[in-house]
Design a protein. Structure first.
Length: 155
């Protein structure tokens, strides 16, 4: 049913992944020239004049698909095995989102050769939280499946 705890976890997961689309993921500032690089889900921008932003649409696409899969997973409450499969797919999508964030932040590190490391922002940590919420949701879905199977044995 929709009021189960795993539905709350999946809804929070979807909210986290949608927030990734709008929050900055990574920033790096050169203290000498005050040039700033900012990574969002859609682009890697530089404050230096004359540099075109680099499109990072892979992060946005992966985050949006993960949010949609989580929402679809909520309404598959009668098919717990399908929910578990969608949860596994979401695990891969969220992991790919985190990997894409690392990839594009390393691209930004190479663009601005300063010894200081960049700072990961809130948009970077939300997929990690979503990964934890996905694991919790899968755990409670498995628990429901075991409960249903034990009740079937009693009949």
């Amino acid at each position: 049913m929709i009021q189960r705890i795993q539905s709350v976890f999946l809804l929070l997961l979807a909210i986290c992944m949608v927030c990734v689309l709008f929050l900055p993921i990574w920033t790096k500032t050169d203290p000498q020239s005050n040039q700033t690089l900012t990574l969002t889900a859609t682009q890697l921008t530089s404050s230096a004049p004359g540099q075109a932003p680099i499109g990072t649409y892979a992060i946005a696409a992966l985050a949006a698909i993960a949010a949609l899969v989580a929402l679809a997973e909520i309404f598959q409450y009668r098919k717990r095995m399908t929910q578990l499969m969608l949860g596994s797919l979401n695990l891969l999508l969220i992991s790919a989102t985190i990997g894409a964030c690392f990839y594009y932040s390393s691209q930004g590190e190479q663009m601005l050769n300063v010894k200081m490391p960049g700072n990961f922002e809130a948009g970077f940590y939300l997929p990690t939280l979503a990964l934890l919420l996905n694991l919790l949701a899968n755990r409670f879905i498995r628990r429901d499946e075991k409960l249903v199977r034990s009740m079937d044995r009693l009949r």
